[in-house]
Design a protein around this ligand. Sequence first.
Ligand code: AMP
Length: 192
Amino acid sequence: MLNLVLFGPPGAGKGTQSKKLIEKYDLIHLSTGDLLRGEITQGTALGLEAKKLMDEGKLVPDAVVIGMISNKLDANKDAKGFIFDGFPRTVAQAEALDQLLESKQSAISGMIALEVGDDELERRLLERGKESGRPDDANPEVIRKRIKEYNDKTAPVAGFYQNQNKFKSINGVGSVDEIFDAIVNVIEEYKK
Ligand code: AMP
């Protein structure tokens, strides 16, 4: 199985690159942000609870996202592999993911981090907000909170995979195709 964690701050391009990667490698895209927005659209209790935190730019509780990922892994038993996008966002989530995959005789192949500076992220997210309609993309204060949550709680997840020799970072500034090619080069290494 090819199980990739696409890593990087909000606005780094994880969603854009995931869409291209799932086509090339026939993988299942698991974005916890998309799954949470789906719960909100459906008006579930989980969605209602998560919305408050998401609108403030805060992370939702680990147990919530781990449960969603576990369900999706169970629902896609025959998958060739997964791209995890926006998950894991804490070291506790990374540990839980390792355990979930181990129980299925699988493992993370590698993490690929997209590096983009804070000013560029803020610019991209405000631009995306004009079309996405996402409340958390519309407000500069919420955007800065999301970037802070990333730096405080999510950035340490890179070290978790570095310790397992499963970490590569690439420049996330450039054309979509250039960045895609750089990611594919890393994946080909992970596949060896
Ligand atoms: P995203 O679409 O990945 O930018 O996620 C949007 C929002 O959903 C985040 O700001 C968090 O509030 C929440 N979220 C998404 N994924 C996670 C996660 N793995 N852990 C905690 N909160 C998450």
